[in-house]
Design a protein around this ligand. Structure first.
Ligand SMILES: Cc1ncc(COP(=O)(O)O)c(C=O)c1O
Length: 429
């Protein structure tokens, strides 16, 4: 495929935007080459500036669960735009989406809308600290909760792709309050709690990890965290920025049957517009300003366009819950097809999948945490990525990312993808 115009646009962008991108994961640093500039997108397809059509497995890193430019979402935004784009005053639609979200997700009474997943996680941790009166937090190596200071300690996704899981600029003081554990290692969490008695405000976790590729929680792990939190007066925060409204109506809490104390959202909840949110039981949420002392605010929070997109998206998911089953079936079909192709060509791999999240790790052993994910063969991934791109299939330009399946993908698209995997696999060695 030809990417002449994309490369020219990237050259221009680099002069005025650091690295030419407004979020590092968009650069092709981990795989080499220039990023592709998108002109437009519809359904399961991206159309780039050179006129190439790509089957999209990133879907804006998760939000576009119903496909790009989904008519009810687009129409809702267009109609809302005509009535003014921001007021900094309450609007009825904020209550409508809040009521809907609270009705769909278990264990939450109130929800506060913000502008990104980062803001949601940052605010959730502040709320947990304010509520418990304790400072320290436990996070897991390879989990990504946005780019705020407390979380850039062994963060996954872009941070690890670019080799800086601990970012300069995070103070020692902040880093000291973030305690690090291995994903799926309950004993280690228990040890950390024991050696920091009465100091830990919360444990924050991706209930299904997506930022070191897809890694499911092993049996009993989340239940074990729940029990530890109950015993030690620690709040359990599920970062459902990826999994919320994707794995089920009620997200990972519903799918896996484990209750969190605070839940954070992003991606799907905004229908492709910049939205994040955090939610909890009333007694916790009432600690937030203006009711309580924990301060959190935002000029554009609850923005009418963002709320219109989010409400249209959640309404669709709420009214057609069979979508989650059909997404999981498509993902399973893809899994089986890719597995067969890779096995046929003797390519060492491990595929992890939960609902509509899937990733191919080029690792021989089971991938259960950051270290086992990092064992994957990055050279193989690079070849795989570029090979797939040559066949018009766009996956994330990093081995540490999940593929997101969208309802707009047809079985023909999946077959085209599997055929590409089959051809590309024969060139990997
Ligand atoms: C699990 C998780 N939490 C938080 C974030 C941060 O969200 P945002 O990029 O909207 O700030 C992300 C982003 O990928 C994420 O995957």
């Amino acid at each position: 495929m030809i990417y002449q115009r994309s490369s020219a646009l990237f050259a221009a962008a680099q002069k005025v935007i650091p690295g030419g991108v407004n979020s590092p994961v968009r650069a092709f640093k981990a795989v080499g080459g220039d990023p592709i500039f998108v002109k437009e997108a519809k359904g399961a397809y991206l159309y780039d500036e050179d006129g190439n059509r790509l089957i999209d497995y990133i879907n804006s890193w998760g939000p576009m669960i119903l496909g790009h430019a989904h008519p009810p979402v687009v129409d809702a935004v267009v109609e809302k735009t005509k009535k003014g784009t921001s007021f900094g005053m309450p609007t009825e639609i904020e209550t409508q989406i809040a009521e809907l979200a609270v009705s769909m997700v278990p264990n939450i009474d109130k929800i506060r809308f913000v502008n990104s997943g980062t803001e949601a996680c940052m605010s959730a941790v502040r709320l947990a600290r304010g509520y418990t009166g304790k400072d320290k937090i436990i996070k897991f190596a390879g989990c990504y909760h946005g780019h705020s200071d407390s979380f850039l300690i062994q963060a996954g996704s872009g941070a690890v792709t670019f080799g800086s899981p601990n970012s300069p600029g995070v103070t020692k003081g902040t880093a000291q309050d973030t305690l690090l554990a291995r994903y799926n290692d309950l004993d280690q969490v228990e040890e950390i709690i024991e050696s920091n008695k009465n100091e830990i405000a919360c444990i924050i976790i991706e209930p299904v990890a997506g930022n070191m590729g897809c890694i499911p929680p092993i049996k009993g792990f989340l239940q074990g965290l729940r029990a530890l939190c109950d015993t030690h007066g620690i709040l359990l925060i599920f970062d459902e920025v990826m999994t919320g409204f994707r794995l089920a109506k009620g997200g990972a809490q519903e799918l896996l049957g484990v209750d969190a104390d605070i839940v954070t959202f992003g991606k799907v909840i905004g229908g492709g517009l910049p939205v994040g949110a955090f939610a909890a039981r009333e007694e916790i949420m009432n600690h937030l300003a203006p009711l309580g002392p924990v301060y959190q605010a935002g000029t554009l929070s609850g923005n009418p366009l963002a709320m219109a997109a989010g409400l249209a998206m959640l309404n669709e998911l709420n009214n057609t819950p069979e979508i989650f089953k059909s997404l999981a079936e498509k993902t399973e079909y893809l899994h089986e097809g890719i597995e067969k192709a890779l096995l046929h060509h003797n390519v060492t791999h491990t595929i992890n999948r939960v609902g509509s999240m899937i990733s191919v790790h080029f690792a021989k052993d089971e991938v259960v945490d950051f270290d086992t994910a990092a064992n994957g063969n990055n050279d193989t991934f690079k070849k795989f990525f570029h090979g797939m791109l040559d066949h018009g299939i766009y996956i994330a330009p990093s081995a540490f990312e999940t593929w997101f399946i969208t309802d707009a993908l047809t079985y023909e698209d999946l077959d085209e993808t599997i055929a590409a995997v089959n051809t590309v696999s024969s060139t990997l060695f």
